[in-house]
Design a protein around this ligand. Structure first.
Ligand SMILES: C[S@@+](CC[C@H](N)C(=O)[O-])C[C@H]1O[C@@H](n2cnc3c(N)ncnc32)[C@H](O)[C@@H]1O
Length: 222
């Protein structure tokens, strides 16, 4: 199984040049995250290279043996960029059902190509914590419409590298058609709108219920 686990990770992430370690490193550098929840992770274990505690959630049948494989623990140990023992937790579970995790216990929620994570798993993200979401299945669009989240930065990818910026945030989520997105339409269609700008991901701060934090412009540099 060990070699099979490595092959699976290499096939999906290394060979495609899409491990995205630099993306997670940016989030650590800018927001000091230490404890992340990654629903719909598949076997994308790269956040553990830079974040000391990561909880992964997926229903895929290949995930339990992957996360249990000693070679995966070795891989994380070899590539970890922080001190101390990595904490890698895996739940073979549907993230839309209650997870065996306390509310407000994570400072980063990761949503990458896995559906409406921002909504289903918001409860586990502490107020002041950070959501990184792309707009696959319209998840970033749902967060942008949600008063519990405030857009604080975007992540652009050029030449295979990620860069974070908080400049001109008002120029994002502008529909090309001029027609505004609605929660009902996104949930019905399973995707957002075509926007004039399409960054690789958006970063939101979780605000306290019903009270958006002001955008933290000026605090972040790309
Ligand atoms: C396209 S893959 C993306 C994997 C990874 N997030 C990445 O960026 O490479 C989507 C993953 O989300 C998982 N997924 C989708 N809906 C889920 C749900 N409700 N609960 C748990 N896992 C889910 C699928 O099993 C699949 O492994």
């Amino acid at each position: 199984m060990s070699n099979a686990a490595l092959r699976l990770y290499n096939q999906h992430f290394v060979d495609k040049g899409f491990e995205r370690v630099d993306l997670f490193a940016l989030l650590v550098a800018h927001f000091g995250v230490r404890r992340a929840l990654y629903p719909g992770s598949f076997v994308h274990v790269s956040p553990s290279f830079v974040i000391p505690s990561v909880t992964y959630v997926d229903t895929d049948r290949r995930c339990p043996s992957f996360f249990a494989a000693p070679v995966v623990r070795l891989l994380v140990k070899e590539r970890q960029r922080y001190h101390g023992d990595p904490e890698v937790v895996f739940h073979h579970a549907d993230y839309s059902a209650p997870l065996d995790e306390p509310d407000s216990s994570f400072d980063l929620l990761i949503s990458q190509w896995a559906g409406p994570v921002s909504q289903a798993c918001k409860r586990y993200l502490q107020v002041g914590g950070v959501l990184v979401a792309n707009d696959s299945h319209g998840d970033a669009s749902l967060a942008a419409l949600d008063d519990d989240y405030a857009l604080i930065a975007v992540i652009v990818r050029r030449g295979g590298r990620h860069r974070l910026t908080d400049q001109d945030l008002h120029t994002y989520f502008v529909p090309r058609s001029g027609k505004q997105a609605t929660r009902v339409a996104i949930e019905r269609t399973g995707h957002g709108l075509a926007y004039t700008k399409s960054p690789a991901a958006y970063v939101f701060r979780r605000a306290s219920v019903g009270s958006r934090l002001p955008a933290e412009r000026g605090a972040i540099r790309g």
